[in-house]
Design a protein around this ligand. Structure first.
Ligand code: NAD
Length: 509
């Protein structure tokens, strides 16, 4: 969880050329009314200021909700296929700006350019998928007990919905929430993380250019602790879609529960990648490298735990350390770099704290474990890819999400112990099992307490048409993406039509 102070202090003083960003309320770009100015810098070189903005205050949040409320009747009345066509145009614009926005994402969030472009592609595919849902937003018909009666269901929008997002997928997560909300006929108040405001503004510009009417999508930026509650508690808000840390997610869920409104909260993970004795070692190794160190370990789906069968553990670790040594850490715009910086100073400190905790608890540091701060790293928030062996389920590094490039290794000698170790955290987002044994793979898929299970592929990733989300402490509410992600933003209505008066004779009525 990032505090308001962290959100503001993690940035340095801006030079004059930084873009001045505004909020977007009721179709107008307006200056935030909050007291604080928030600055967005490049985590690879914090001297580079990308943007700054005045944060939203309570009045701005309320105005955004009012604008969304006013726009709702018109948007609801717009046929779903027409709403879908606007989304399709947004996807086209996004595809045409892929490279430019990918570069902005790398500069603002820090992930390497190939990952940023991958995120652009994934998010755009999600918009396209949901655009098509405008043509398929259908209910069902069912036979009635009575003759000459027509019985059907219809999907209706909820009204104003709040979309609250984290910094680590500044394009894909906002659009995978907004696109289904919009195509279903809801109006949106979007609150991104303060570390990625430049990407948030570009998202809104894309939808504006695609033809969304004023008020249908509104942007408020500022510390969640200051404006978050309003976006959940205001009686005009009918649902909240949140992604972020567990501590904030629990609170969001509780507040929404108090009001009896829908909430979906996707939160952290402590994802286990398991390698069985018969696995394709090179394939598993590729999965570990991508999962643990891709995006600097700052993915909810990152591989933070590696569970190895004893028989292959030594050989696997030797190969793994050989590959980790080769990872070049640096500015993600440099094509030779394999891992970018931590997103900011606060996240870097958290990573270092967890490394110290792991050492104190007796885990064996094999590689990394330190901040990288000389030479080209001097002005950024860089950390070495880090691996601990001998990690026990009782240790904090086994149980808690650090959200950095820190991999914990645990060894097991039986399938039961492997499953027990994989399930031994409060999280349940995603897991991988590498094996050639189909029976074991099926048993693992049955017994793993995670929302997503991969066999012979990394813990990371997801596809537009497949439900995404976690169980246990990783997710409350409905799944995101896919049909499920759309249905969250709808209410189901059942309609009974008696067109000959049969209901008069029935004891059902
Ligand atoms: P965070 O919880 O600090 O912030 C997430 C969002 O919530 C931000 O927009 C923030 O401003 C806002 N917020 C903060 N306090 C709030 C409050 N009191 N009320 C309402 N909103 C508030 O998380 P973060 O640091 O931005 O993101 C990292 C976390 O996100 C990690 O735990 C990661 O695992 C998780 N995450 C989960 C998924 C998933 O799909 N499961 C995906 C990506 C990231």
């Amino acid at each position: 969880m990032r505090t308001a102070i962290q959100e503001q202090k993690s940035k340095m003083a801006p030079p004059a050329q930084a873009a001045r960003l505004k909020l977007y309320i009721g179709g107008e770009w307006v200056e935030g009314g909050g007291a604080s100015e928030i600055i967005s810098t490049n985590p690879a070189d914090a001297r580079q200021v990308l943007a700054r903005f005045k944060s939203a205050n309570a009045k701005d949040a309320e105005s955004a909700i009012a604008a969304a409320q006013a726009a709702f009747p018109g948007w609801r009345a717009t046929p779903a296929p027409v709403r879908g066509r606007i989304l399709a145009r947004a996807a086209q614009i996004a595809r045409s700006r892929r490279e430019e926005l990918g570069r902005l994402m790398t500069r603002e969030e820090g992930k390497i350019l190939s990952e940023a472009l991958g995120e652009m592609d994934k998010g755009t595919t999600l918009i396209e998928w949901f655009a098509g849902e405008g043509l398929r937003l259908s209910g069902e018909t069912m036979p009635s007990e009575l003759p000459k009666n027509f019985l059907y269901t219809v999907r209706e929008p909820l009204g104003v919905v709040s979309v609250i997002t984290p910094w680590n997928f500044p394009w894909a997560i906002p659009v995978w929430k907004m696109a289904p909300a919009l195509v279903a006929g809801n109006t949106v108040v979007f609150k991104p993380a303060s570390l990625v405001p430049a990407m948030a503004v570009e998202i809104v510009k894309i939808f504006e250019q695609a033809g969304l009417p004023p008020g249908v999508l509104n942007l408020v930026m500022g510390a969640g602790a200051q404006i978050g509650d309003i976006l959940i508690k205001d009686p005009r808000v009918k649902a909240v879609s949140f992604t972020g840390s567990n501590s904030v997610g629990r609170r969001v869920h509780a507040l929404a529960g108090e009001r009896g409104i829908k909430a979906t909260c996707e939160m952290g993970g402590k994802n286990a990648l398991c390698v069985w004795e018969d696995a394709d070692m090179d394939l598993a190794l590729a999965g570990v490298l991508k999962g643990a160190f891709g995006s600097t370990g700052q993915r909810c789906t990152a591989t933070s735990r590696l569970i190895l069968h004893d028989k292959i553990a030594d050989a696997f670790m030797k190969k793994l350390l050989g590959e980790v040594k080769k990872i070049k850490v640096g500015d993600g715009l440099d094509a030779s770099v394999g891992m970018g910086p931590a997103v900011d100073e606060g996240q870097l400190k958290t990573d270092i704290e967890y490394i110290e905790i792991a050492k104190k608890e007796g885990a064996r540091l094999l590689i990394g474990g330190e901040r990288l701060d000389g030479g080209n790293w001097k002005h950024g928030w860089f950390i070495a890819p880090t691996v601990f062996d001998g990690v026990k389920p009782s240790m904090r590094i086994f149980k808690e999400e650090a959200f950095g490039p820190i991999l914990s290794v645990t060894r097991v000698s039986s399938f039961q112990d492997l499953v027990k170790a994989a399930n031994a955290t409060e999280f349940g987002l995603t897991t991988s099992f590498y094996t050639h044994d189909l029976n074991l793979a099926m048993r693992y898929a049955d017994e793993a307490e995670f929302g997503m299970v991969h066999v012979n592929s990394p813990t990371i990733g997801g596809e537009a048409q497949a439900p995404f989300g976690g169980i246990k402490g990783s997710g409350y509410g409905e799944r995101e993406m896919a049909k499920e992600g759309l249905l969250f933003f709808t209410e189901l209505k059942t309609v009974f039509i008696d067109y000959t008066g049969e209901s008069r004779k029935s004891n059902l009525y």
